[in-house]
Design a protein around this ligand. Structure first.
Ligand SMILES: [Zn+2]
Length: 260
């Protein structure tokens, strides 16, 4: 696969990404190349990337602001878009957002500082000076639903999404296995030991570049002890009486509502 920085009218599915939003037509029709050209001409100073990936059939225009967006278009939070669409429909939008994020953050060679150029062979950026190659980066994260009999453990975070209770989650640290990350995150955040860790499923989460790896685990020992700088509250809940939880379209929702 490779990216082309001079897209032309094709059968691509076209996406306009602006930060955490997807720009859509207000009449709910599919974005066409004519829409892309119109937005491009009016939002010229806001463009951060414009490319197509022929193998996957996606074309992406990335904007840093929607201040110059013409009438007839509106932004929609990507999380809501994912919640409202099935996985197959969302898959291309996930990749469009992931590639847009990668393109914006991968400009110079981390080794020698030279400006990178688009690879002609791969979806990658090449350093013309030292020949290093930079592929889209993915950060693995674990997300775990801990159960204790009929109860499940849900936690409310201090900083993100303070209005909902969710599963324990965190980045896999360098040098660590995924199973170790699961045990460490639960012990760090709520002070519990778990057993019988089983894999449930995964999901791309391009905010900016996570790969969420979902697990179930059973309570083994310990009392809930919160990591106060990260977790505001954590409790055992009855599955049928959960508080406000993550939206459909997220791995957390599937874990909590038993869809895995
Ligand atoms: Zn270099």
């Amino acid at each position: 696969m490779a990216l082309n920085d001079n897209p032309t009218p094709t059968n691509n599915e076209w996406f306009v990404v602006c930060n955490r939003e997807l720009i859509l037509r207000t009449d709910n029709e599919k974005m066409q190349f004519a829409d892309i050209e119109k937005i491009k001409s009016l939002c010229e100073s806001d463009i951060t990337a414009f490319f197509e990936e022929k193998e996957t059939g996606i074309g992406v225009l990335s904007l840093k602001s929607k201040q110059n967006l013409p009438q007839g278009y509106t932004g929609k939070e990507l999380r809501l878009y994912f919640a409202e669409n099935d996985e197959d429909t969302s898959a291309k939008a996930f990749r469009a957002k992931a590639l847009a994020e990668w393109r914006q953050s991968t400009v110079f060679c981390a080794h020698c500082g030279t400006k990178l150029i688009n690879s002609q062979t791969f979806t990658a950026m090449d350093c013309p000076a030292c020949q290093r190659q930079y592929f889209p980066r993915i950060d693995p994260c674990v997300i775990v639903l801990v159960s204790k009999g009929d109860k499940i453990l849900l936690a409310r975070h201090v900083q993100r999404n303070q209005d909902i209770y969710a599963c324990i989650a965190g980045f896999v640290e360098a040098g660590e296995s995924i199973e170790q990350a699961v045990r460490r995150e639960i012990l760090e955040e709520v002070g519990l030991k778990v057993k019988n860790i089983t894999y449930a499923g995964s999901q791309s989460w391009p905010f900016p570049q996570q790969l969420m790896l979902g697990f179930r685990a059973e309570y083994e020992s310990g009392d809930i002890a919160l990591q106060r700088d990260e977790i505001a509250d954590a409790q055992w809940f009855d599955r049928n009486a959960c508080p406000a939880c993550p939206k459909p379209g997220s791995l957390a929702h599937k874990l909590i509502y038993g869809k895995y």
